[in-house]
Design a protein around this ligand. Structure first.
Ligand SMILES: [Zn+2]
Length: 125
């Protein structure tokens, strides 16, 4: 079924096809496509996921692609992650702090209770 939303002189004819029902529109965004029959059709595409963030400081992570999951699944492994401990989870300054606290706890320079609370889930005792 084709609904013609509005048509005024000069403005393109916009046709809505397969409009999402109920509240399922939340994860979608509207795009307009010109078909071979010279009709502008509104398509609904899935929104892009957000940028990956560091788990501790919430800064953007470098070297991690931002794309739809199907496109990421077609990439190779080295393109998807950073090859170091906590790669694709923590940024490099946070990784350095976590590793330093791990060594301090391991060699008993500091106790497990001295570790700052936001590093604690990564410094396993
Ligand atoms: Zn961080």
């Amino acid at each position: 079924m084709v609904h013609i939303k509005h048509r005024t002189r000069g403005a393109p004819k916009i046709v809505m096809r397969g409009e999402p029902r109920f509240k399922s529109r939340r994860g979608l965004r509207r795009t307009q496509r010109r078909t071979p029959g010279n009709i502008t059709v509104v398509h609904y595409e899935k929104k892009m996921p957000g940028k990956p963030l560091c788990a501790i400081c919430k800064n953007y992570l470098h070297g991690i692609p931002r794309n739809k999951p199907i496109k990421i699944s077609h990439m190779n492994r080295t393109g998807k992650t950073v090859q170091r401990p906590f790669g694709a989870n923590l940024c490099s300054p946070c990784t350095r702090e976590v590793l330093v606290w791990k060594a301090r706890v391991k060699y008993k320079i500091a106790k497990a209770d001295d570790v700052p609370i936001h590093y604690r889930q990564f410094v396993k005792v």
